[in-house]
Write a protein that binds this ligand. Structure first.
Ligand SMILES: NS(=O)(=O)c1nnc(N(Cc2cn(-c3ccccc3)nn2)Cc2cn([C@@H]3O[C@H](CO)[C@@H](O)[C@H](O)[C@H]3O)nn2)s1
Ligand SMILES: [Zn+2]
Length: 258
């Protein structure tokens, strides 16, 4: 298989050929059956505490567009919720689809949203690097926010307005004074379950925290995501029309809610 992607010949159905953990028993994303979620009174409120100056660059890594943060110290952390201690903010990125009716990775009672924001953190209290944490069952915490088609999102505009500058794979641009909290909905109520990265190497190291309230995005902003390229300079251009992995088997896992 050539490099992994989301096309017919290198997409999610092929990933197991190179990453056998794709058939593991704590893979992500999942379809959240709300009737089967279990209220857990021990779950605490989520406490995001981000410093906007820790935002560094906006990047096209060929699979998504991300904002990378300075994670050399505990400047921006997530605590509370199901987490023990502080998880350090590493990056945010998005998943979307070829049309406004699909694009999210997680689903709720079989319903998908237009897109999904992931806020990626790592357990810097227990592990010394992100990559080491990515290999541990409690190494990563990813907060997911659903994006619902509606009014344009003024905070998201700060990102979508720059996408034409980082159109090709590998391009990045200075991007600071940005706080991911500005993208969060009013309610921080959530579902949580144990899962994996949804991109190769699909490591089973993620504590997933899915916010129950979506934020809005308009069609024009979604179209801008679809205009960036999964190819670099000099390659035959391929537009990043979709970058979501479909829901994976629950394998008996419990989904809790606060
Ligand atoms: N939807 S999600 O599960 O929340 C995520 N989607 N993208 C994410 N990134 C952060 C990240 C880095 N790594 C990682 C893991 C092990 C070794 C090195 C890096 N995992 N997540 C963006 C991202 C992913 N990667 C992966 O880096 C690997 C090593 O360079 C490379 O072999 C893979 O092809 C590439 O996917 N780099 N940056 S988390
Ligand atoms: Zn993601």
């Amino acid at each position: 298989m050539l490099h992994w992607g989301y096309d017919e010949d290198n997409g999610p159905s092929h990933w197991k050929e190179v990453f056998p953990i794709a058939n593991g028993d704590r893979q992500s994303p999942i379809d959240i059956r709300t009737q089967d979620t279990k209220y857990d009174p021990t779950l605490r409120p989520l406490r995001p505490n981000y410093d906007p100056t820790s935002a560094k660059v906006i990047l096209n890594n060929g699979h998504s567009t991300s904002v990378e943060f300075d994670d050399t110290e505990n400047k921006s952390v997530l605590s509370g919720g199901p987490l023990i201690g502080n998880y350090r903010l590493r990056q945010i990125h998005f998943h979307w689809g070829p049309s406004d009716d699909i694009g999210s990775e997680h689903a709720v009672d079989g319903t998908k949203f237009a897109a999904e924001l992931h806020v990626v953190h790592w357990n810097a209290e227990k592990y010394s690097t992100f990559v080491e944490a990515a290999r541990q069952p409690d190494g990563l915490a990813v907060m997911a926010v659903f994006l619902k088609v509606g009014e344009c999102n003024s905070q998201l505009k700060k990102i979508t307005d720059l996408l034409d500058v980082i159109k090709v794979k590998g391009k990045q641009r200075t991007f600071t004074n940005f706080d991911p909290s500005w993208l969060l909905p009013h309610s921080l109520d959530y579902w949580t379950y144990l899962g994996s990265l949804t991109v190769p190497p699909l490591l089973e190291s993620v504590i997933w925290i899915i916010l129950r309230e979506p934020i809005n995005i308009c069609s024009e902003q979604l179209a801008k995501f679809r205009s960036i390229l999964c190819t670099g300079d000099g390659e035959v251009a391929c537009r990043m029309l979709k970058n979501f992995r479909p829901p994976q088997p629950l394998r008996g896992r419990e989904v809790r809610r606060n």
